[in-house]
Design a protein around this ligand. Structure first.
Ligand code: NDP
Length: 517
């Protein structure tokens, strides 16, 4: 048979032009209702994302946006507040802003008042008639988790959760989904009193980052990686989400949550499942989520009587970040000066299945670390036998695959190559792919993608309750062990702000904590 000669690939070989990959098309006309619209998330993420969608013709046509919260404001006050919020994050153009601002409305509500929600329902009904949006509705709960249950119930009791005819009604819930297994199950029961599972969208915006979405494409749209993606070739996996920022203005939340609830129960577990899961037969939301859930079911329980080899907890002390001195966690506004809340954790996790038996997954996340960096490193095994041993000794570095999520969006493979010259010398080189390399067009930010998917009704990037519960089942015993036992203080190592976290040799140092106990 004649062999096809394949020409070198260029970007012109792409089957689909980049521009047409940005969006599937506009979602159905709908009303977007943000509950908690006076808050941080609305101004920093949700409304700027909606504005960006509007500018890229990604918002439904027609649609309107209603902000609700206790704060007294009228439409023009809300518009002004949102204008300033968008201006802080995006380049705002007056013509586009004028068009977008017309879609923004505000209705004050009291979260526990039925009358207030009935009035909201009436307002939404009137606006639907005026805009012609057909009755599709998306409710985004951008409120503290303590208000989720009441608000979901109030929306339900006022008839706002009902789907009529072909119209859809959806509710978006932000993490954290509970603070342990029991509270996560209670929240779910409360949501299901008035909402069906297909109406609930549990957001994890990490999943909407392009590089995170690409993990599945990289693994399952290429034939060459999957055969080596297992215990025979992979020595260990490192998943790191380091932040250089401290707790900032979220001390109230963080003091209750700590790093395990804030980062591990959600984002880190999602990254782990994307790396470890089996290929589903179809790229469909429930097929993908089924495979993730199988990974959560295979997580080996932590040995609670011997946690030290599996869990390291730390809290940042004083130090320097970006050349400027920064305070210790305990000195941050709103933090208990004797707080034992961890701001850093490293977990060693095993996935007990055929593919991953014996391969440790090291998950690390922390605040006030040396830099903001999110990446996944696949460390391959060393070569089984070195024919260069007599010349080079034992030191041949094993291959390593780095999937950079932030700051560099990249995929990098390291391998050994010969140095030019008569002598046999090896060096480690890298094959690099950077997302920005040959693409300069617009990209969807994570919140733009999740909002779009909520409007399109695509659950692929959202948590399903069985996954939430399995992750809590895995982490809750550790949280209980860390939070209730007598040696809680001994478990916590202090680390210097601006470092890479606690170091076994230095953890006796106190980094400005000497007078805090
Ligand atoms: P905020 O603390 O800013 O609260 C949002 C709004 O809720 C406030 O403007 C306030 O509005 C109302 N509110 C706050 N506290 C109370 C209270 N005790 N009783 C009644 N109403 C209250 O929250 P965020 O915007 O930061 O976050 C919203 C949700 O999103 C939270 O669940 C959070 O965990 C989650 N999240 C937030 C992220 C962020 O970056 N901010 C990131 C990921 C998730 P008013 O007083 O006007 O009613």
């Amino acid at each position: 048979m004649e062999e096809t000669i394949i020409a070198p690939t260029t970007t012109s070989d792409l089957k689909v032009p980049f521009e047409s990959c940005l969006m599937e098309g506009r979602p159905d006309p709908c009303a977007l209702v943000i509950v908690g619209a006076s808050g941080d998330l609305t101004g920093r993420k949700i409304v700027p994302a909606l504005y960006e969608l509007y500018c890229n013709d990604g918002l439904p046509d027609p649609c309107f946006i209603v902000g609700c919260a206790r704060t007294a404001m009228d439409d023009s006050g809300f518009r002004e507040k949102m204008k300033q919020a968008i201006d802080r994050h995006k380049t705002l153009t007056e013509a586009e802003w004028a068009g977008f601002a017309r879609l923004l409305h505000y209705r004050p509500i009291a979260y526990d008042s039925s009358a207030s929600f009935s009035a909201l329902a009436e307002s939404i009904g009137e606006m639907e008639k005026a805009y012609g949006t057909d009755g599709n509705r998306l409710f985004y709960l951008a409120i503290p988790p303590s208000l989720y249950e009441t608000t979901a119930k109030m929306l339900g009791e006022s008839g706002l959760s009902r789907e009529q005819g072909a119209n859809w009604t959806r509710i978006v819930v932000e993490k954290p989904f509970g603070r342990d297994l029991e509270s996560a199950m209670a929240l779910d029961r409360a949501l299901h009193e008035h909402w069906k599972e297909h109406q609930i969208f549990r957001i994890d915006h990490y999943l909407a980052k392009e590089t995170v979405q690409n993990i599945l494409m990289f693994r399952f749209a290429n034939a060459i990686f999957e055969p080596i993606w297992d215990r025979r070739y992979i020595q260990s996996v490192y998943i790191t989400a380091a932040e250089s920022l401290g707790v900032e203005h979220r001390a109230g939340y963080y003091e209750q949550a700590g790093v395990l609830r804030d980062m591990f129960q959600n984002h880190m577990m999602q990254l782990l499942s994307l790396i470890a899961m089996e290929p589903p037969a179809q790229f469909e939301d429930d097929r993908v989520r089924d495979e993730k859930v199988k990974i959560y079911r295979s997580l080996r329980s932590f040995p609670l009587n011997d946690l030290s080899g599996y869990l390291m907890l730390g809290q940042y002390g004083t130090g320097e970040v970006g050349g400027a001195p920064v305070s210790a966690y305990r000195a941050e506004p709103g933090v208990n000066p004797r707080s034992l809340v961890p701001t850093f954790a490293r977990l060693k996790i095993f996935v007990d299945n055929w593919r991953w038996q014996g391969v440790p997954f090291f998950l690390t996340s922390g605040k006030r670390l040396a830099e903001k960096r999110t990446e996944i490193v696949i460390q391959f095994r060393e070569i089984p036998h070195s024919m260069f041993r007599r010349i080079l000794g034992e030191g041949i570095s094993a291959n390593r695959l780095v999937m950079g999520i932030y700051p560099e969006e990249k995929i990098q493979l390291t391998f050994q190559t010969k140095n030019p010259g008569a002598k046999v010398c090896l060096r480690t080189v890298t094959m690099d792919f950077h997302y920005s390399q040959d693409y300069k067009g617009p990209v969807l930010e994570a919140y733009e993608k999740v909002l779009l998917d909520c409007m399109l009704g695509d659950h692929m990037l959202f948590w399903r309750q069985d996954g939430v519960e399995l992750c809590w089942s895995f982490l809750t015993p550790v949280l209980e062990a860390c939070e209730t036992c007598g040696d809680r203080a001994e478990r916590l190592s202090f680390y210097e702000a601006g470092s890479w976290g606690p170091d076994n040799n230095r953890s006796e140092k106190r980094y400005g904590m000497e007078n805090c106990n």
